[in-house]
Structures are given as structure tokens and as C-alpha cells.
Design a protein around this ligand. Structure first.
Ligand SMILES: CC(=O)SCCNC(=O)CCNC(=O)[C@H](O)C(C)(C)COP(=O)(O)OP(=O)(O)OC[C@H]1O[C@@H](n2cnc3c(N)ncnc32)[C@H](O)[C@@H]1OP(=O)(O)O
Ligand SMILES: CC(=O)C(=O)O
Length: 495
């Protein structure tokens, strides 16, 4: 374990300010309130809810979040201007993140002012924010490229005028941990935060280095969202601190995945598959040797338990699978096979993988049925599907199925034709079981508008999950095929 400077680290979450500065991301006030509530429940100390000066919508969000009675301190970004500070106070913020450019580049090229003028602006703003009853976190923007003596003087003067906390911003992500270790100890005139950007992939490393060198708070965002390459991801920092440094962060780690997926959905920024902690593959295993090890003892290939961050382990089948993982999947699906049958099933699973395809549960069941010579009458058969969609109609689908021998016709509307068709299918089988769509993924196997579309769905019934696929040139029929195949498997008698 490496000792950190303070026992209790504060997490200043800026998902709703720097995170929302991710180009193309824009949240409605109601979405901001939803995310702020989740962040407070997670246990962060401060939520930077936005930039009050930016727009009426931002002020509306700030008013709502500040009035929501959350346990976290509510902050807003402000420039060193009375107007911005007035917005913050009038909206009910607890705290201002008062940002002042401190490098000669930013002072000269951007503000076109002198070092002395910027000090004056910063100090006047601190005094004014204190008069308005706000907690002040005085931040040095582009501090990594500032003259350290000038920065120290500006910070010291700010604290003398009432600043409660300070923040060192590595605005363009150019620090090294060695520079952090040398500069941070000279700036501890008040509790100091570190705000890192990930332009060179160093945000996490530099944040940890600052916490070792004397900083007591880390600026973080969910999923590492933020300007350009983003900021330090809360999920990675919290888990690194807990697991590698033995720090009790006070963050409810089992809520991290829920917040990550909710933020990804609301911002429209997908989670990279292989992202640490929250990526889809972070607790998924396919290789035979890994799956075999994990099935005997999960620690062999998992540094932390998935449940610690609100996740579950998955073992996927494909061309890298071995006997142990195929056997475990067959057992889970209720099949009893001898050694020869398993060897044949493993060979056929690998053959599907060699064709470049994912192996779903329904694929495995089809292979197993064929190897075991099991003949199953399908519970449902599709007789027809009709979909209407266009510029002036609500997407509507009707389906006719035979379900356990009886004919059922159902219709539904949806957000689009696929959604309508899936809902119509769900309604048509409702008498046989409540089947829910948990996940829907689509890949175009070839380029162009005539591409073969590969749809994978994850369905659940009574807590049992199952994946299945459909592949057609028509996305609606590919989706229907995946649904019908999966529903059939979920409705079959097991054993
Ligand atoms: C590193 C960071 O993440 S900094 C935070 C970035 N966040 C944002 O920009 C929030 C969203 N921004 C906005 O909505 C708008 O830019 C506003 C409302 C803040 C300002 O809009 P405008 O008044 O039209 O100004 P514009 O965006 O063109 O330029 C920024 C102005 O702020 C000034 N400024 C920039 N930083 C500061 C500061 N810390 N303190 C005081 N003034 C500042 C600039 O000098 C410029 O003013 P000038 O044209 O008089 O020189
Ligand atoms: C303030 C801020 O977001 C930065 O300097 O990066």
C-alpha cells in the first residue's frame, strides 16, 4: 500500500459541467436532476451542476438541483465576474468553482490582460462570492503551464480574501506524476483539489500522484466524460483507491455501474466495450483457459469481484472456448451430456466462431439438440408480420403466431418499426409467459444498404436470461427472427 496525504478524500464530481462539455452532449434540466440524485446517492462530496452563466436551461437545472435537498454540496462553474457569481447565488448554489486562467498563454492570448489584472479580478471575485454567502473553490486554469511563483501568490492572496479551497487544473492534460509531486506541496494554503484531463492518457495517474503529494480532493466525472479526451473517471479512481491503496472512499461502489450506464444512455456517449470497471467486457470471459480458471476460482482472472461494482460475471462462447466453459453453459441450460457429446458440441461451437459469429445461448441449444438427437416442437411459430412506418404515421406492427397450437394475432405501436414489432411479439406470447427484452444489439456484417444485419437479443423470463440471434438483410425480420428464436427457447420445457 502507498500512503496518501489525507485519510478522507473528497470527490468533486463535474460530470454535469466538464462532462457535459464533451462536444455534442447536452442534458435537459430533468436529466441533470436525475444524474445529480444518483451522484449524491453514490456519496460524492460536491456536484458541479453546470455553468450558471451558460444558459437559462443551465440556471433552471441548477435551481432544481440546489432545491432537491441532496446530501452533496452543489457547485457551479463561474468566471471571475460578478454577473456569473450573481447567477450562482440567485440559483441557490452552495459553492462556486471560481476558475481563473493562470498561465501567461491564457492570461495574454485569451484574456488579453496582465498577470496583475488577473490577480485583481480573481481576488475581487473571491471577496464578492464570500459576500454573497458562497463556498469558494478558487481554481487555477492551465496551472500546469503557469509560473509556480505567480500561481502560489494568486492562491495565497485568494485564501487571504476568503477562498475556502483551491484547485490545480491540468487543463490540457500535459502533467507528469513527477511534476505533480514537485509542484503540489508548495500550494497547500487551503485544502487543494486536483482537476486532470486525459489528453495523453495520464489523468488517473496524475490524480493519484496529486493525492499522494498533498491534494485532498479529486475532480472526477462518470465514465471519464469531459472536454476532448475527458477527465479522471470516478469509477476507475474509486476502485483503484479502494483496491490498490486500501482507502475507504465512502463511495457506494456497488452503484457505480448503474450510474455509468444511466449517464451513457442520457448523454448518448457509448461505453467502450473494454473500458475498465464499466465496459461490457470488463467482467466477461471467452478464452477457454480463462473461463476454466474463473469457474474454479474467480480470482485467477478477476482482480475484483463484479458484485463490488454492481455487475455480474459473464462467460461467452466462441472459437476460444474450451470444454469447461461449454460444459458450464450446457449445465446452466439444463443439458446432461457425456464426454463424447461435449467434445462434439465444443467442436461445433468453435466452427460457429470460426465463421466470425457470436455464439448465443439459442445457438448452443440448437447445437446441443442436434448432437443429442433431441427433437423439439417449437412452442411458437411465426405466421405473419406486417409493419407500417413512415413520415406521418405512428410505427405500428401486427403479428400472427401459433402459440402452443392456438393462433394469436396482436398489434402494437412503438418508437420505430423494430420497437413496434418486438412489442407486438411480446404481447402475442403474453399468455404463455412474460418475456422481457433486456438488451438489443445490431451489427451490419457487410457494408452498404443491402448489408446482412446480425441482431442479437437478450431476453428474460422469470429471472432466467437467454441470448439469441437473427441474421437477415432486413433489420425488422432479423429482429423478429432473433426474438422468435429466443422466445421459443425460453418457453420450452427445461430438463
Ligand atoms: C477549461 C474549461 O473547461 S473553462 C469552462 C468552459 N465552459 C464554458 O465555456 C461554459 C459555456 N460557455 C458559455 O456559455 C459562454 O462562453 C459564456 C456564457 C460563458 C460567455 O459567453 P460570451 O459572453 O458570449 O463570451 P465568449 O464565449 O465569446 O468568450 C468568453 C469570454 O469570457 C472571458 N473569460 C474567459 N474565462 C474567464 C474567466 N475565468 N474570468 C473572466 N472572464 C473570462 C473571455 O475573455 C471572453 O470575454 P471577452 O470576449 O470580453 O474577452
Ligand atoms: C476548469 C477546467 O475545467 C479546466 O481547467 O480544465
Amino acid at each position: 500500500m502507498i500512503a496518501l496525504f489525507v485519510d478522507k478524500i473528497r470527490f468533486f464530481d463535474t460530470t454535469l459541467r466538464d462532462g457535459e462539455q464533451t462536444p455534442g452532449v447536452s442534458l435537459k434540466p430533468s436529466q441533470k436532476v436525475e444524474i445529480a440524485t444518483m451522484l449524491a446517492e453514490l456519496g460524492v462530496s460536491t456536484i458541479e451542476a453546470g455553468s450558471a452563466a451558460a444558459s437559462e436551461g443551465e440556471r433552471e437545472a441548477l435551481r432544481l438541483i440546489a432545491g432537491a435537498g441532496l446530501s452533496a454540496e452543489i457547485a457551479t462553474f463561474v468566471r471571475a465576474l460578478p454577473l456569473d457569481i450573481d447567477y450562482a447565488a440567485d440559483c441557490g448554489a452552495d459553492c462556486v468553482h471560481l476558475v481563473v486562467p493562470v498561465s501567461d498563454l491564457h492570461i495574454g492570448a485569451k484574456l488579453r490582460k496582465s498577470r496583475e489584472q488577473v490577480c485583481e479580478m480573481a481576488w475581487n471575485a473571491v471577496e464578492y462570492a464570500k459576500e454573497r454567502g458562497l463556498v469558494v473553490e478558487l481554481s487555477g486554469e492551465d496551472a500546469s503551464r503557469a509560473d509556480p511563483d505567480y500561481l502560489a501568490g494568486l492562491f495565497r492572496g485568494g485564501v487571504e480574501r476568503g477562498a475556502d479551497r483551491l484547485c490545480f487544473c491540468d487543463t490540457v492534460g500535459i502533467l507528469t506524476p513527477e511534476q505533480v509531486a514537485s509542484v503540489i506541496p508548495g500550494l497547500l494554503f487551503a485544502p487543494l483539489s486536483i482537476h486532470c484531463h486525459d489528453d495523453l492518457g495520464m489523468a488517473m495517474t496524475n490524480t493519484l500522484a496529486a493525492l499522494k503529494a498533498g491534494a485532498s480532493a479529486a475532480h472526477v466525472t462518470v465514465n471519464g466524460l469531459g472536454e476532448r479526451a475527458g477527465n479522471t473517471p470516478i469509477e476507475e479512481l474509486v476502485m483503484a483507491l479502494e483496491v490498490l491503496y486500501g482507502v475507504q472512499t465512502g463511495i457506494r461502489t456497488d452503484g457505480l455501474y448503474h450510474v455509468a450506464t444511466a449517464v451513457s444512455k442520457m448523454t448518448g456517449v457509448p461505453l467502450p466495450l473494454n473500458k475498465a470497471i464499466v465496459g461490457e467486457m470488463a467482467f466477461t470471459h471467452e478464452s477457454g483457459i480463462h473461463a476454466h480458471g474463473v469457474l474454479r476460482n474467480a480470482s485467477t482472472y478477476e482482480p475484483i469481484r463484479p458484485e463490488q461494482v454492481g455487475r455480474t460475471r459473464r462467460i461467452l462462447l466462441g472459437k476460444h472456448s474450451g470444454t469447461a466453459s461449454v460444459q458450464a453453459a450446457l449445465h446452466e441450460l439444463g443439458y446432461v451430456c457425456d464426454e463424447g457429446q461435449i467434445a462434439e458440441i465444443v467442436a461445433r461451437v468453435k466452427a460457429i466462431g470460426d465463421e466470425g459469429r457470436r455464439v448465443t445461448d439459442a445457438d448452443l441449444m440448437a447445437v446441443a439438440d442436434s448432437v443429442l438427437d433431441l427433437v423439439r416442437e417449437p412452442v411458437i411459430t411465426l405466421k405473419q408480420v406486417t409493419v407500417v412506418s413512415g413520415s406521418n404515421v405512428i410505427p405500428t406492427a401486427s403479428v400472427t403466431l401459433t402459440v402452443n397450437g392456438g393462433e394469436v394475432t396482436c398489434a402494437a405501436t412503438g418508437n420505430g418499426p423494430v420497437d413496434a414489432a418486438i412489442e407486438a411479439l411480446r404481447r402475442a406470447v403474453a399468455g404463455a409467459g412474460d418475456i422481457r427484452l433486456e438488451d438489443y444489439q445490431v451489427d451490419a456484417i457487410t457494408g452498404g444498404t443491402d448489408a446482412l444485419v446480425d441482431v442479437t437479443v437478450c431476453l428474460s423470463k422469470d429471472g432466467r436470461m437467454l441470448t439469441s440471434r437473427g441474421a437477415r438483410t432486413d433489420i425488422i425480420m432479423g429482429s423478429v427472427e432473433a426474438m422468435v428464436s429466443g422466445m421459443n427457447r425460453l418457453l420450452e420445457e427445461r430438463g
